[in-house]
Design a binder for this molecule. Structure first.
Ligand SMILES: Nc1ncnc2c1ncn2[C@@H]1O[C@H](COP(=O)(O)OP(=O)(O)OP(=O)(O)O)[C@@H](O)[C@H]1O
Length: 255
């Protein structure tokens, strides 16, 4: 089943088409990675999908609903959450407080119990479950700012999944991580896939090839190609983009 469909998306900055008629889709239950060299337009595309930037053209549908003109918070309500490259956690609050706030923010009607105490207990249970999912149970009482970088990123992921998204956008989740933290993040993303589709923007190719069911390669704002990890690794044009060749492969994309 197709969950997200981007159709002919366009974003221009002045004369520069940072997103140039991009079409691609993310299926339910899939990890779809977006890769491409610096300046290819990955962040711009993620900002268009999450609604931080308005598109100049094209459409976006999520689970059949047209979300092209939705503000970011309406996209979250429709099932689309994102993590940021810069963490969005409340640094002076504890892990538990962060998670409780996130659960409360997205609680809607599901935690409206007749008894206040029952409601509070249900919120606490949901927040503790989130801590468990991102393996931060032991850090519940720790002030977020004192967590190591990798744990802060996990908390950021927990805040995003508190909204129970159908699709999670992860913008460079491994940025700034060492090998141990990266491996933990790979394991976390793999577990999350059981409950939601994931659109992954990541420079760490090892992580991309380990995780992605499908990969789309962006070059100069256009999709060069989409395929499985094996197909992308074997693609001569993609190799040319990353390894460099005598002829500029982007010319073919620009044409
Ligand atoms: N707000 C903006 N105003 C003008 N130009 C912009 C703006 N944001 C991005 N660009 C330009 O759009 C193009 C795509 O940038 P974008 O940040 O989306 O690429 P990227 O693939 O995410 O790069 P990186 O991998 O370095 O993060 C670049 O040429 C960039 O300079």
């Amino acid at each position: 089943m197709t969950l997200l469909v981007a159709h002919q998306l366009v974003k221009r900055f002045g004369a520069l088409p940072a997103t140039d008629h991009v079409s691609f889709s993310v299926n339910a239950g899939e990890i779809h990675a977006l890769i491409g060299p610096n300046g290819a337009g990955k962040s711009t595309l993620v900002n268009l999908i999450s609604g931080l930037l308005p598109a100049d053209g094209g459409t976006l549908t999520l689970d059949g609903a047209d979300i092209t003109h939705f503000a970011p918070h309406r996209r979250v309500a429709a099932g689309l959450s994102r993590c940021f490259q810069v963490t969005s956690i409340f640094a002076r609050q504890t892990v538990g407080e962060n998670l409780l706030l996130a659960v409360q923010a997205h609680a809607g009607s599901s935690f409206r119990f007749a008894q206040r105490r029952d409601s509070d207990l249900a919120l606490l249970a949901a927040a503790q479950e989130l801590a468990r999912r991102v393996t931060l149970e032991a850090d519940w009482d720790r002030v977020a700012a004192t967590l190591p970088h990798g744990a802060q990123r996990k908390l950021d992921v927990a805040l995003a999944i508190a909204a129970r998204p159908k699709l999670l956008l992860l913008d460079e989740p491994m940025a700034g991580m060492g090998p141990v933290e990266s491996a933990q993040m790979v394991a976390l993303i793999r577990r999350l896939r059981e409950d939601m589709a994931i659109l992954l923007i990541e420079h760490d190719m090892d992580a991309v090839f380990q995780l992605a069911d499908r990969i789309s390669v962006l070059v100069y704002g256009k999709v060069l190609t989409s395929g499985t990890a094996a197909e992308i690794q074997a693609d001569a044009q993609v190799q040319a983009v990353y390894l460099g060749t005598e002829t500029d492969p982007a010319d073919e994309v620009r044409a």
